[in-house]
Design a protein. Structure first.
Length: 213
């Protein structure tokens, strides 16, 4: 079966959130002295236009700060992380967390595809730098200890052999939960930390499947 290169699509929904924030922070217009028509109508229209422009600018600034430094909303495109994540799931990714610390095994992360950094993938961290990874008939072990991966259904398991191999310094070994339908570190190697964008924290859509990771 051809392995699937599951991608993750950053989308602009932070601007919707930022618009609401900016609108909530918009100051009330000052009271005006009674004016004669049509002068008062033109003044009110001008103030409304200025207020609208201020809201737009504020929303753009807030959205830029959110996307650049804090959180990002993204959409899953593919099934290589099934059943944990399904195609078209909507996620909130914490981009700040790895500025303060390091990825840990078990984290679900958004990353740049090492072969083509123009693309972004979502995978699970299996091992960190210095760890020895080995796969025998699809069963993963890290430093000689079998990986606790009950999140992978039997029908999604692979039967491949890989390693043993030590993860180099500054790199992470990642895999998709859909082991027999995932393009990951088994195929294109470990991922440098600089390519890991953030940690998937929330699936907020579909609403009935919302959860915190």
């Amino acid at each position: 079966m051809e392995t699937e290169q599951q991608s993750i699509d950053p989308i602009i929904e932070p601007y919707m959130f930022a618009w609401l924030v900016a609108a909530a922070r918009q100051p009330e217009l000052p009271a005006l002295e009674p004016q004669t028509e049509p002068e008062s109508a033109w003044i009110r229209m001008g103030q409304e236009i200025v207020a609208g422009v201020q809201t737009l600018v504020s929303a753009a600034v807030y959205a830029t700060l959110i996307v650049t430094f804090g959180f990002q909303v993204a959409r899953v495109d593919g099934l290589s992380m099934a059943p944990t994540l399904e195609d078209h799931d909507r996620l909130i990714v914490n981009k700040l967390v790895y500025e303060l610390g390091d990825p840990r095994p078990g984290d679900i992360v958004m990353l740049y595809y090492p072969v083509d950094p123009e693309k972004m993938f979502v995978k699970r961290v299996i091992a960190k730098e210095g760890d020895t990874v080995r796969i025998v008939d699809g069963h993963v072990s890290v430093n000689g200890i079998p990986l606790h991966d009950d999140y992978v259904p039997i029908e999604f398991r692979s039967h491949d052999d890989w390693g043993p191999q030590v993860v180099q310094q500054g790199y992470y070994f990642v895999m998709g939960d859909h082991r027999n339908n995932s393009s990951d570190s088994r195929h294109w190697g470990s991922v440098p930390k600089k390519y890991i964008v953030g940690k998937v924290k929330v699936r907020w859509w579909p609403l009935q499947d919302a959860r915190i990771f």
